[in-house]
Design a protein around this ligand. Structure first.
Ligand SMILES: Cc1cc2nc3c(=O)[nH]c(=O)nc-3n(C[C@H](O)[C@H](O)[C@H](O)COP(=O)(O)O)c2cc1C
Length: 401
């Protein structure tokens, strides 16, 4: 799909508290196949050691322009190991934005920036007051006027514990910006995707519930991969032990009825939904009247009354024009059951996985799936990590197979 194979990138790291996040960016760039050379300012070195970056990039890190060894000329130190295709400054301090906008070249990174004519992306991270400072605003305007890309930082809690705009942009935002530099098509740009994930909990009394073994990993992996393809993602999630996906509209729910309510609110508000992935393992039976007080260990048997849960996916098909993708977790007769579910519930695709296969289905980090489409196509994705399976499923569906 989209990758940055053999692209040569200079990653300049400057002295922000978010400098450690550049390690993850570097890891993802390498995973996408890019060659990356890192340069760091002296302030950046106060936050993260160069060893992390040299180990992750496989190249020495450029930290100074003046010769450190006898017999070397200064110029060698700005000679890069690779011919560059693009430059990323991440995190970019207020200081480097100001220097780059004004042609100041007084250290390694600013000197490199003054030399490099390649497309340059700045990913700022700073205190919200620094971001709102008139000089920073002018610097950003000037850089943009000069054709540089300055990504707006995110809003949220800053290292200073203040709320505001200034957080380091998410890795997928920076990677997508780089892809656009290389004119790589983001197939889900401006597309709205709704994903449900995780289990639901049905309360028996105030301290007990019944649930299922869904970990949410498949749905969360789809959310991350959809972000990498440029989508706007909303994730309605049951209780899971996974960090929220950055830059995704997260809606946390507990019960099947909560999930039904949030789905309806979203569908009624958002009229242009392109794809809905119903990955959550919702209950088939709910407890309509949970006990108000904790049930005591008194009687020799306990009867709990269940009633059939609403069929969330079936309810959706008449309410939206979005492409509907369902998941079927089976233990036997998988293909037959999955295809029946697809046709009974009027789905465009169904993804079959098995609960009784080693390393697949619930709870695991890996999965083996078979996708069927309404049009009659079928494709198996062999046992692989859930993030890779998610990318392959998205590719299959986007390309209308
Ligand atoms: C703990 C700490 C955190 C800092 N975080 C940031 C930051 O997030 N963004 C920023 O623009 N400056 C930040 N600074 C200030 C810069 O490190 C300082 O302006 C420095 O001169 C930047 O140098 P450089 O742009 O050459 O890396 C921070 C300073 C300290 C001591």
């Amino acid at each position: 799909m989209n990758n940055l194979k053999d692209k040569n990138i200079l990653l300049c790291v400057t002295g922000s508290i978010a400098a450690y996040k550049a390690c993850d960016l570097l890891r993802v760039l390498r995973k996408e196949g890019a060659n990356v050379q890192v340069a760091m300012t002296q302030s950046a070195l106060q936050f993260v050691g160069e060893t992390s970056f040299s180990a992750l990039s496989n190249y020495d890190v450029i930290t100074q322009i003046f010769p450190s060894k006898e017999g070397e000329t200064g110029l060698e130190h700005v000679n890069l190991a690779i011919e560059l295709d693009a430059v990323i400054v991440a995190p970019a301090t207020a200081n480097i934005l100001g220097k780059a906008a004004n042609g100041v070249a007084d250290d390694t990174v600013s000197t490199l920036l003054s030399i490099c004519e390649q497309p340059t992306i700045f990913a700022p991270a700073m205190n919200f007051r620094m971001w709102q400072n008139k000089s920073t605003i002018d610097a950003v305007d000037a850089l943009r006027k000069h054709g540089k890309i300055v990504i707006n930082p995110e809003e949220g809690q800053l290292a200073s514990l203040h709320e505001g705009e200034g957080r380091f942009p998410n890795t997928h935002t920076i990677i997508n910006s780089l892809r656009e530099v290389f004119d790589q098509h983001l197939p889900l740009k401006n597309k709205n995707i709704l994903i449900t994930a995780g289990p639901t909990r049905e309360h028996i009394d105030p301290v007990r519930f019944i649930s299922n073994r869904s970990s949410g990993k498949m749905g969360y992996s789809l959310a991350v991969q959809a972000k990498y393809l440029g989508a706007n993602v909303t994730l309605i999630s049951g209780p899971v032990h996974i960090d929220p996906v950055p830059d995704v509209n997260m809606i946390n729910v507990e019960s099947t009825l909560d999930m039904q309510r949030e789905l309806n609110i979203y569908i009624n508000r958002e009229h242009n939904i392109d794809y809905i992935f119903m990955v959550a393992a919702v209950a088939d039976y709910i407890i309509p009247n949970p006990q108000e007080n904790k049930i005591k260990r008194k009687d020799s048997t306990l009867n709990i009354k269940f009633s059939k849960a609403p069929d969330l996916i079936q309810e959706l098909s008449s309410k939206t024009d979005a492409k509907l993708i369902g998941f079927a977790l089976e233990t036997e007769d998988g293909e037959k059951n999955a295809k029946e579910k697809m046709s009974n519930k009027n789905l465009d695709y169904i993804v079959l996985n098995y609960a009784n296969e080693p390393n697949a289905g619930f709870e695991t980090n890996t999965n083996r799936v078979i996708i069927f489409s309404k049009k009659g196509s079928k494709k198996e994705f062999k046992l692989d990590r859930k993030d890779r399976i998610a990318a392959k499923l998205l590719d299959f569906i986007i390309n209308n197979k």
